[in-house]
Design a protein around this ligand. Structure first.
Ligand SMILES: *[C@@H]1O[C@H](CO)[C@@H](O)[C@H](O)[C@H]1NC(C)=O
Ligand SMILES: *[C@@H]1O[C@H](CO)[C@@H](O)[C@H](O)[C@H]1NC(C)=O
Ligand SMILES: *[C@@H]1O[C@H](CO)[C@@H](O)[C@H](O)[C@H]1NC(C)=O
Ligand SMILES: *[C@@H]1O[C@H](CO)[C@@H](O)[C@H](O)[C@H]1NC(C)=O
Ligand SMILES: *[C@@H]1O[C@H](CO)[C@@H](O)[C@H](O)[C@H]1NC(C)=O
Ligand SMILES: *[C@@H]1O[C@H](CO)[C@@H](O)[C@H](O)[C@H]1NC(C)=O
Ligand SMILES: *[C@@H]1O[C@H](CO)[C@@H](O)[C@H](O)[C@H]1NC(C)=O
Ligand SMILES: CC(=O)N[C@H]1CO[C@H](CO)[C@@H](O)[C@@H]1O
Length: 613
């Protein structure tokens, strides 16, 4: 399908032209660039040519011509200007029509201005500056003709809502070495047409300030806006979405009373309007119950790119069964559902107090090329539970079944008091108190904080298989692997199988976690040849009621691959109650063959890293 357009900033660094309206501006030249991810997730830089984006260094150099014109001087000395042009079925911004003629600046109106919106993408720090067409009030963004396989997909500058979220990733790069800061437009021409973009807050305004300009959605009685129209329900808005649309919610609690299925790539953007905080609230009404379904369901059988921003998602009643967001699963489309890829970016979302019989009460993804949870996100009091069936996968906050080799998962934010619990007659072996990962062939990076999460195995995180790199910088406190009558293990996190080539590095902080069986902080089972397991972070006061105060391993297979307990790791006060602290650091057992362990005392005598194999 279409290439994935990466989300980066449209950052305009143009001439500081304040107060010079009406006369020529001494301005540097710049290029208009976009970084586009191809199918293999490789970022390629494109420059805007005369009408389409073309590979790097083949684009145009532009400059400001008059106050509000962007263009260049051609070989014959004529000024050619960036204009809104029309082709059969698309409108685009460029300097050459499809028939090859070029709009001269003297015939085109002054229309372009820069326009600041407060960024709402966690990756950028600065307010985002968009390029706005003063005539329509809309802003330039990266558009695509979305052609399928046979013909090459082409990218051009289109016009859309003036939303930071809608900016794609166009960057105007100044060529000359002049020290410039993003500057608002020199002239504030009145905005015409039916579009009223969100006004830009001045840098001095805090997001909570009472005179913060409100988004258009704040005037919608049901708190839902799409393409400048208010909707009665969130479902109706979703039904009308196309790829790259942004649905805005906010002002009132947006109620959801039935599942919303959608197959487009969208942004769901919350606005707090006059209310406290910086999120909009979406709530499943108490009559909406589904043991295994979700409020929002991504149903495109191929790929979908989704962004959630500034949202609180919860359910109305305690004990109500309904999940927040699911992709397709293996049971959909006769198994084809498992091949779906949903790319998801979450900025500042709070999902809490919900439950389901299925993994991923917050977020369930069958497969993904990219999942990013930013540091403003919080997942709290989510529960996956059932007494029926052959259930193992917990991960009430987030569950991901498949991450391909080229994929990435980045988890930041906070996970508090989530739980997976499958009491008898189910398996009593729920895995992952907050997160559950099945087949991880790509790169996983964890930087989040986990506290008070609980499951039978992997108090915070359960991983079935690592094939790629799993790097953990998380902070784990007070998570528990609880004995529910079936071998509790891995107080904070654990992985069942490290495949050949896998790397599982624990560089975070693991404090006060408890396993009512083995592995007070972490655990593993199968280590294949050429795998790496490294303990190098801070491990304090973790407790195993059986063995392996920090790390517990048990398998019927031989321990292969390399294990490193780094001499720079901080390992203090861990307990293994089952063997009077003989294995307060670790115990590894190959059943019926051998076992090996280390106590805190032995660790303290060491001056070099402990390396196994
Ligand atoms: C707006 O931008 C300022 C300055 O970068 C930032 O501190 C603030 O958090 C932003 N507000 C919102 C709502 O994104
Ligand atoms: C909301 O409605 C009021 C009254 O009709 C209007 O003055 C205001 O501009 C609107 N605000 C937005 C953000 O659309
Ligand atoms: C949503 O439901 C709550 C509780 O049932 C109600 O108070 C609120 O007014 C509803 N919101 C809207 C926009 O109808
Ligand atoms: C997406 O959903 C709409 C109805 O909501 C349907 O008409 C369309 O065929 C679906 N597209 C795909 C690719 O499934
Ligand atoms: C530990 O977590 C439990 C829930 O699992 C919670 O009730 C308790 O208050 C937490 N204790 C601390 C010290 O955070
Ligand atoms: C490992 O943890 C240490 C201590 O928190 C930190 O300084 C270091 O940057 C981490 N290493 C990596 C590669 O993130
Ligand atoms: C095991 O170690 C812990 C932490 O150092 C300590 O409190 C406990 O008394 C020890 N238990 C035994 C039996 O030595
Ligand atoms: C060392 C230890 O057991 N720390 C805490 C682990 O988490 C439980 C609750 O989940 C606490 O009660 C313990 O104090």
């Amino acid at each position: 399908m279409s290439a994935i357009i990466s989300l980066a900033g449209l950052i305009v660094v143009l001439a500081a032209a304040s107060g010079t309206s009406g006369r020529f501006i001494q301005s540097p030249t710049f290029t208009i660039e976009a970084t586009i991810l191809d199918k293999n997730n490789v970022a390629i830089k494109y420059d805007l040519g005369d009408k389409f984006f073309i590979p790097e260094d083949m684009g145009r150099d532009f400059k400001w011509i008059r106050t509000n014109q962007i263009g260049y001087v051609d070989e014959s000395g004529k000024e050619v200007c960036l204009s809104l042009l029309h082709a059969r079925n698309m409108d685009y911004i460029g300097v050459e029509t499809m028939s090859g003629s070029q709009p001269l600046c003297e015939n085109t109106p002054e229309r372009w201005e820069t326009f600041t919106v407060n960024e709402s993408d966690g990756s950028a720090e600065e307010p985002v500056v968009l390029l706005r067409d003063a005539t329509s009030g809309q802003c330039a963004y990266l558009a695509t003709n979305g052609r399928k396989r046979k013909q090459k997909e082409e990218y051009y500058l289109g016009l859309g809502e003036c939303e930071a979220a809608n900016r794609a990733n166009i960057v105007l790069i100044v060529k000359d070495d002049i020290n410039l800061s993003p500057s608002p437009s020199p002239s504030q021409s009145p905005v015409k047409g039916n579009v009223s973009p969100s006004p830009s807050p001045s840098p001095s305004q805090s997001p909570q300030s009472p005179d913060r300009p409100m988004h258009q959605v704040c005037n919608c009685t049901e708190g839902v806006l799409l393409n400048n129209l208010c909707y009665d329900t969130l479902k109706e808005a979703f039904d009308d979405t196309r790829d790259d649309n942004t649905i805005h919610v906010g002002g009132v609690v947006v109620n959801v009373s039935e599942p919303i299925e959608f197959n487009s790539s969208i942004t769901l953007q919350g606005h707090a309007c006059a209310h406290e905080g910086n999120r909009a609230k979406i709530m499943a009404t108490s009559g909406f119950e589904t043991l295994s379904g979700a409020m929002l369901m991504a149903t495109n059988p191929d790929e979908q790119n989704i962004v959630f921003k500034d949202l609180e998602i919860t359910s109305e009643s305690e004990g109500q069964y309904v999940a927040a967001f699911h992709s397709l699963s293996e049971s959909d489309l006769e198994g084809e559902g498992a091949n779906q890829k949903v790319q998801l970016l979450c900025n500042n979302i709070y999902i809490h107090d919900m439950q389901s019989q299925e993994p991923g009460v917050g977020i369930f993804l069958s497969g993904t090329n990219e999942l990013t949870i930013d540091d403003q996100c919080l997942f709290e009091n989510l529960l996956t539970t059932t007494t029926i069936g052959d259930k193992w996968a917990g991960g009430p906050a987030i569950a991901v079944n498949y991450l391909p080799e080229s994929g990435t998962i980045d988890i930041d934010g906070e996970f508090k008091n989530n739980r997976a619990f499958f009491p008898s007659p189910s398996t009593r072996h729920a895995g992952g108190g907050a997160l559950y990962f099945d087949w991880m062939a790509g790169n996983v990076y964890i930087a989040a904080q986990f506290s008070g999460n609980q499951a039978n195995q992997g108090g915070a995180i359960q991983i079935q298989a690592i094939i790629g790199e799993f790097f953990d910088n998380g902070i784990y406190t007070n998570n528990t692997a609880a004995d529910e009558g079936n071998g509790a293990r891995f107080g904070a996190l654990g992985c069942i199988k490290l495949y050949s080539g896998a790397s599982f590095v624990l560089n975070g902080s693991y404090i006060d976690n408890l396993s009512e069986g083995r592995g007070g902080a972490v655990g593993t089972n199968i280590h294949e040849d050429d795998s790496l397991f490294a303990i190098q972070g801070t491990f304090l006061n973790n407790r195993a009621l059986q063995d392996g105060g920090v790390w517990g391993r048990w398998s019927s297979t031989t321990l292969k691959g390399t294990v490193v307990i780094d001499i720079d790791a901080t390992i203090v006060g861990n307990t293994a109650e089952g063997d009077d602290n003989d294995s307060s650091v670790y115990k590894t057992v190959t059943s019926g063959v051998s076992s090996d362990s280390m106590s805190q005392f032995e660790w303290e005598q060491r001056t070099t890293s402990k390396v196994i194999n």
